[in-house]
Every structure is written in C-alpha cells, then in structure tokens.
Design a protein around this ligand. Structure first.
Ligand code: BGP
Length: 466
C-alpha cells in the first residue's frame, strides 16, 4: 500500500439514528439504554417504558451525512471508515430479499464520500446484529448464522463492487475469548447474548468466536471472487500488556493476557485455526463443531490487511489483584488516565504495531484511536488541547514505527471524528470528535455541528505529514 490515509472511523449504531426508518429491522444495540461510567448500560428483550435508547437518535448522521462528509473533507480526510448495519439490508437477518432502501442509502453515503475525495472503508459487522438472529437462531453459537452473514456480505460486496476497495469483515471479534472472564456487555455487543445468563458461557463463547472467525475467512473468499481487487481486512481491538515487574511469572501472565488476541488473527493469516487454541478448548472440555471444509476455508483465504483499534495498554501481575483497569489487569503508575479511566499510552501503539508487523508481516491500518473527554462549548468555540496532545503523540508513535521500526502502516483513522454515542456508556458527553455536536446525554440539543480547535490542528498536521 503506497498511500497513507488520514481520516476517521464511525459505526452505524452510534451515529445514524433513524433506527426504524426505511425498512430497517431491530439491531441488538437498539435495545441498549443510556448509561455512564458509574451506571452500566442495560439491555432488555424489548423496550422498557421510561428508558432512553441512544441508537434510536444517534447524531442523526442518517439524514445529515452530506453536511458531515463536507466537514470531513474540509478537515483534509482522505478516508472514512463506516459500518453497514446488517439490519438495514436484511431487517430480520434471514430475509430472502434485501431491503432496497437500505442499499440505496449506503450507496448515497459512499458516493458522497467519493465525490469529496474520501476513500470509504467499510466494516461489515460493528456490533450490528439483527435481533431476530438472536431470538430465532441463538446468535453465533449456531453455525447457520455463518450462511446468513455470508448472504448479507455477498449482497453488499456485489452492490458496491465498483465503489469500495477496502473492507473489514468484523469489528473487534477478539473480545470473545473463552479463556477470560467476560462481561455481559462485551458479549452482548458482539453476539446479543448475555454472558451471566448462559448455562455454559465459556463453551458458548468459544463456539461464537469460532463461527465468527470462520465467517470472516469465508467472507474474504466470497469478496475476492466478486472482485479480486478488493482489499479485505478485519479489525481487532488490541491492548498491549506489560509485565508489572521482571519476575518471569509476570511476563508469563502478560503473555497469557495477550494470547487471547492472537488466535483469530492467526486463523485469518496463517492458513489454519491454531492448534494451541484447540488444545486449550480440549483442556476445558469444549468441543467445537468443525467440518472438513473449514480447514480449506482457513487455508485459502488470508487477510489483505489488519485493522488495529488502539486505546490503551494494560499491566499484568502474577499476584492476582482485583482488575483495576477497564482493559483488564492493573493500572500503570507511569501513565496518566483519561476522564473515563483509560490509560493514555502512545508508546504502546508503537509497541503493538511492531508486534503485529513481526508476527504477520501484513499492511496494517490504525482503524480506531482517540480520547474520550469532556468538552465545553464556549460561544462558537471548543478548546481541546488535551485531544490535540493525544492525537499528536499517537501519530508521532506511528511515524516512529514506520520510519525506525519498518512497520507497514498505511493509515490513521481516529475514532469518532464527529462526537457520537459512546459504545460502552451510551453517553454523548464522552466526546472524541474534531467536530462538536450539540446534544446532551438525554438526547436533547440542536444537533448543530461546531469545529473544535483540534479540527484545524488535524488539517494542518495532515498537510505537514512526512
Ligand atoms: C471501540 C469500538 C467503538 C468505539 C470505541 C470507543 O472498542 O469499536 O465502537 O465506541 O471503542 O469506545 P467508547 O465509545 O465506549 O468510548
């Protein structure tokens, strides 16, 4: 990849709103309430009176995308990562015929991006699973769901085959490892299933993770058949883990914590589902339903690129303490925390980039990175030096990884270039954007867009890159 892309990443359920417009079905995130750092988001089987569901309104990107894309172009973006919400294309996930209005909508968005000189990078699954797939099929635990997903991706690949080159099969499926204690919310976001309510949660998660990994490999195959020039990647949320001391046991602990992030990438890049993972499952008494043709799918479809979502690092210690860090493990005394307690560690990005490069030798893109912070609108202005520092320090780390460590990184997409709904808390006040959106946590506000100081800074930075 010879070009370096600058831009941002957004996800349909966090920005579009219009949750029931133009034939869209219900997606799992449509059933999740607003929360906060202290008050976890709740999810229900249906809507509850008096609750607020932020995906229903988002930031109204569904109707305002033209204005927003113009702003991205003005900021100098050369790429934008969007997601296509499965429930807009196949409202129930298993419909025979796709919803034409959904297809038309994303065509308009993609064409608008191209008109503005912005490369669309399209994620095919960003926590946007039709609810019907959970209630009728039991979600990804059921192998049948792979075929339904493939029907969806085939439709989308075919529809936009002359408009889109860069695809990502999934966002952050790596949060489903059977070797870790999972939270209800993370398993819900990925599968619509509630961890603590499952009878044998580790086995269910292992099956879901396997089926999603296989679905990704099969989607790569389908995509390359439709257009051999497609560049198909998958996006992983990666947290480098440091050992808390030079006690070798701490290093083993750190290695274990990172191990959970490799097996799916290994399966998609090395031609086989890794034997070490199968051994681990065996030890836990978990049996996967593996068919002979699966091996062929892993063997003949490899990722073209790897997407890295990077927010924080973690610390591992042999001495088991209650996990202090949102990303697992302990907090790092050398590093500061964001307002939401996420470790700020630009060097960790250089570290993880180098790890991935040496392990897979593939082009990588930073598909998400950013700082969730409280912003204050003063008149028409937002002064956000903290965000500028954060993004600059991370970009400097990428530059070093490219120029000194020889990493093949072809882009930086900051998360939430326009303020949107937080995935983990459902808040609006956890703001990431270069563009401010006038809306509060109750969904009230004019929705007017304002350029923050970081907007102008980013534009300048892009012009001066290299
Ligand atoms: C990533 C998700 C995004 C996004 C981001 C920031 O894991 O892929 O969807 O939301 O995290 O998280 P939050 O919005 O909770 O601050």
């Amino acid at each position: 990849m010879d070009k370096f892309y600058f831009g941002g990443s957004i996800a349909a359920h966090q920005c579009e709103g219009a949750y029931d417009a133009d034939g869209k079905g219900l997606g799992i995130m449509d059933l999740v309430t607003v929360g906060s750092a202290e008050r976890p988001r709740k999810f229900h089987d249906g809507f509850q009176k008096g609750e607020l569901y932020p995906s229903h309104y988002g930031i109204d990107f569904y109707h305002r995308y033209k204005e927003d894309i113009r702003l991205f172009a003005e900021a100098g973006f050369s790429a934008l990562r969007i997601s296509i919400d499965w429930s807009r294309i196949y409202p129930g996930g298993d419909d025979e015929i796709p919803n034409q209005k959904g297809l038309d909508h994303y065509r308009d968005v993609i064409e608008e991006l191209k008109k503005n000189g912005i490369e669309p990078i399209v994620t095919l699954y960003h926590f946007e699973l039709p609810v019907n797939i959970v209630t009728k099929y039991g979600s990804w635990e059921n192998r049948k769901v792979i075929d339904l997903y493939l029907r969806f991706v085939r439709t989308v690949f075919t529809e936009y085959k002359d408009l889109v080159t860069y695809w990502a099969t999934f966002n952050e499926m790596n949060h489903l490892d059977a070797d870790m204690e999972l939270s209800d919310f993370f398993t819900y976001m990925n599968t619509g299933l509630c961890y603590s309510k499952l009878e044998n949660p580790k086995a269910v998660m292992a099956k879901c993770a396997y089926h999603m990994t296989l679905a990704s490999s099969l989607a790569i195959r389908v995509g390359h058949e439709i257009n051999p020039d497609f560049k198909i990647g998958c996006v992983f949320g990666l947290t480098p883990v440091y050992a808390s001391t030079c006690n070798p046991m701490d290093s083993i602990e750190a290695q274990k914590m990172m191990d959970k992030d490799w097996f799916q990438i290994d399966a998609m890049c090395k031609g086989a589902f890794p034997a070490y993972k199968l051994k681990m499952y065996e030890k836990r008494g978990i049996t996967l339903q593996m068919e002979p043709e699966d091996q062929q799918a892993f063997a003949d479809s490899r990722l073209d690129w790897i997407g890295i979502n990077y927010y924080a690092s973690a610390v591992a210690s042999e001495v088991k303490k209650e996990s202090a860090n949102f990303f697992g493990g302990q907090n790092n005394p050398y590093l500061k925390l964001s307002d939401w307690g996420w470790t700020i560690d630009p060097l960790g990005l250089r570290y993880v980039l180098t790890l991935i490069d040496r392990r897979y030798n593939l082009p990588v893109m930073i598909t998400e990175n950013g700082l969730g912070a409280y912003d204050k609108l003063e008149g028409d202005e937002i002064h956000d030096p903290y965000r500028i520092d954060y993004v600059r320090d991370h970009l400097d780390a990428i530059k070093t990884a490219i120029t000194e460590d020889g990493v093949n990184c072809f882009g930086y997409l900051m998360w939430g270039p326009i303020d949107l709904i937080s995935a983990t808390t459902g808040e609006m006040s956890k703001r990431y954007g270069f563009i401010y959106v006038d809306q509060d946590d109750e969904g009230k506000g004019s929705l007017k867009r304002y350029k923050k100081d970081s907007f102008y800074w980013f534009k300048n930075y892009i012009e001066g890159w290299r």
